[in-house]
Design a protein around this ligand. Structure first.
Ligand code: GLP
Length: 244
C-alpha cells in the first residue's frame, strides 16, 4: 500500500496493530509484537500512544520483543534503542514491564551466544511473534541483518556495514562514535513471525524498495528474502514508491 503522507501511513499501520491487540484480547490471549527502531516506525508508536490515551486502547495483553540493539551501549545512553523505545512508546502505554524485551547491548562477549539463545527461547515460550514491524536500511538490511547475512540466521552479535554506520553518524554526532557491532534477531527469526509489515518512508528508500519488491531474492539484499514469507505486507509513502 502506498500513502501520500507518513502520518496517513502511521495511522493505518497503528490500526492494524490495534486490531490484532483487540482480537487477541477477545480470545483472552497475548498479542506478541516484534518491534523495530529507526525513524520510520516512530509515527506508529506515537499513534498507538494517542489511541491508548484518547481512545482507551488497552495494551495490557501485549508482549514485545525488539529486533536489535547496538552492542556496547548502556540502556540509558542517548542512542540506545532501549532508551528510544521507552521514551517514545513504553513509558506512555500500559504494557506490563515484564512483557517488554529489548536486547541488552552490555552483555559480556563470552555470554552473548547464551543470551541470544535465551532471547529466542523467550520468543518461543511467548508463543512466537504474531506481528512483526520492520524498517529497512538503505542497503536492504532488516534489523541489523546486513548484506550477505544468511537466510537461516538466528539472533546473534553481528558487524555493522560501513553504509549503516554512515547512516547512523548523525545520531552519534560523528561516524567514529557509531558502534561497530549490534545484537540482532536473525533473518530466520524474523521469517518465523506469523505476519510481517515492512515500512519505508522517503525518497532515500526508493531504490532499495524497488530492489526489495521487484529484484531477485538474494542475501546481498536481505529484505528480498521477505518475498518468501507468506504474509508480508509493505507500507510505503509516495516518495519511497517513486521508483516502482
Ligand atoms: C537501523 C535499524 C533498522 C532500521 C534502519 C532504518 O539500522 N537497525 O531496524 O530499519 O535503521 O532506519 P530508519 O527508519 O531511520 O531509516
Amino acid at each position: 500500500d502506498v500513502f501520500s503522507t507518513s502520518e496517513a501511513l502511521s495511522r493505518h499501520v497503528a490500526k492494524i496493530v490495534a486490531a490484532i491487540i483487540r482480537e487477541r484480547q477477545a480470545q483472552k490471549a497475548t498479542a506478541v509484537l516484534g518491534l523495530p527502531t529507526g525513524s520510520t516506525p516512530m509515527g506508529v508508536y506515537r499513534e498507538l500512544v494517542r489511541m491508548h490515551q484518547d481512545e482507551g486502547l488497552d495494551l495490557s495483553n501485549v508482549v514485545t520483543f525488539n529486533l536489535d540493539e547496538y552492542y556496547g551501549l548502556k540502556p540509558d545512553q542517548l542512542q540506545s534503542y532501549h532508551r528510544t523505545m521507552h521514551e517514545v512508546f513504553f513509558q506512555h502505554v500500559n504494557i506490563p514491564s515484564e512483557n517488554i524485551h529489548i536486547p541488552d547491548g552490555t552483555i559480556p562477549l563470552d555470554q552473548v551466544d547464551a543470551y541470544c539463545d535465551d532471547y529466542e527461547n523467550k520468543i518461543r515460550e511467548a508463543g512466537g511473534i504474531d506481528l512483526m514491524l520492520l524498517g529497512i536500511g538503505s542497503n536492504g538490511h532488516i534489523g541489523f541483518n546486513e548484506p550477505f547475512s544468511i537466510r537461516n540466521s538466528r539472533m546473534r552479535l553481528c558487524t555493522l556495514d560501513p553504509i549503516t554506520r554512515r547512516s547512523a553518524a548523525s545520531d552519534f554526532f560523528q561516524e567514529d562514535n557509531v558502534p561497530h557491532q549490534a545484537i540482532t534477531m536473525g533473518i530466520g527469526t524474523i521469517l518465523e513471525a506469523r505476519k510481517i509489515l515492512l515500512l519505508a518512508l522517503g525518497q532515500g528508500k526508493s531504490s532499495i524498495i524497488c530492489e526489495t519488491l521487484q529484484g531477485p531474492i538474494t542475501n546481498r539484499v536481505p529484505a528480498t528474502i521477505l518475498q518468501e514469507h507468506r504474509d508480508t505486507s509493505v507500507f510505503i509513502d509516495t516518495a519511497a514508491a517513486s521508483k516502482l
